[in-house]
Design a binder for this molecule. Structure first.
Ligand code: APR
Length: 268
């Protein structure tokens, strides 16, 4: 944790106080919040990129060059993509995801930006959600940006045509490929949330991939407060008012409990 004079319990209570005092608290989550759901992270111990190497940075260019080949590669049963798909398909939300829902329902989270494509925040019940890297259960037309569930379309023809009769576009998985621009609608949603945020809870991310990694820096630049929940130190640790070291599935519920206790103490 960023302040060595605090015990973990005191740091959790301090975190709850910061969230309760914030006017517009937001959150940024990454792969680490889904590790306890069985989905490997990308970097650090057990990371997919640690094991297989970072993927090529021109994934989107390769898709545009040959969408059929890109779809066939996507559906192949081997490699890091297959591991990610299989673990995502088997995963269920963990207490960390549900803690984010509880913070939203307490009115303490105005927007949750997630870099995860695993749909677990949605399944847990988060509503004020921005999936900046897309959602693996959806496909998106690269021309009209229509999004539909992957399960609702046929994969007989690759690439699948856009179901919008007035559009001649093609569909790709909604997850943002390396080199692909973040869809403007969700980028604007994240940008506005970060702009308004005076406190950001950053959980389970190495904070190394932009533009998502830029948002906590923007909050800090605007004089806001950063709180980190991570197993290890990250690029952000030194900028955080509090950096809780541990598993998000354990720490986030403790933050919720501390906020509930503080709120009821304030009410009496
Ligand atoms: N609890 C909390 N933090 C954890 C846990 C856990 N149980 N397990 C791992 N972590 C932390 C790691 O210490 C690391 O800082 O989660 C972070 C995961 O970092 P990455 O694997 O880099 O994932 P992320 O930050 O989401 O990556 C961003 O990179 O490759 C792209 O598109 C991909 O969205 C991803 C983006």
């Amino acid at each position: 944790m960023a302040r060595s004079d605090m015990t973990q319990e005191e740091a959790i209570r301090h975190t709850a106080r910061l969230l309760l005092a914030a006017h517009y608290a937001t959150a940024l989550t990454g792969a680490g919040i889904s590790v306890e759901s069985g989905i490997p992270p990308f970097r650090g111990p057990g990371g997919l990129w640690t094991k297989y190497g970072e993927p090529p940075m021109n994934g989107y260019e390769r898709f545009l060059e040959n969408p059929k080949r890109a779809w066939e590669e996507r559906l192949s049963p081997t490699g890091p993509g297959a591991i990610l798909r299989e673990t995502v398909a088997a995963a269920v939300p963990n207490p960390g995801h549900y803690a984010c829902v509880a913070l939203e329902e307490m009115g303490l989270l105005q927007c949750l930006t997630t870099q995860n494509i695993d749909n677990l925040h949605r399944r847990a019940g988060s509503r004020k959600l921005a999936e900046i890297h897309g959602n693996a259960t959806l496909v998106r037309c690269i021309r009209c940006t229509l999004r539909v569930p992957l399960d609702d379309i046929s994969l007989e023809i690759l690439p699948p045509p856009c179901p919008n009769p007035t559009c001649q576009g093609i569909l790709k998985i909604d997850t943002v490929a390396f080199g692909e621009p973040i869809p403007p609608d969700v980028l604007e949603q994240c940008r506005q949330a970060a702009e308004r945020s005076d406190c950001m809870l950053v959980a389970g991310t190495s904070a190394t991939v932009y533009p998502a990694a830029w948002f906590p820096l923007q909050v800090r630049e605007n004089g806001g407060t950063l709180i980190e929940v991570n197993l290890y130190e990250s690029e952000l640790t030194s900028l955080c008012a509090v950096s809780l070291r541990g598993k998000s599935g354990e720490l986030l519920p403790q933050i919720v409990n501390a906020a509930q206790e503080l709120r009821s103490a304030q009410a009496t």
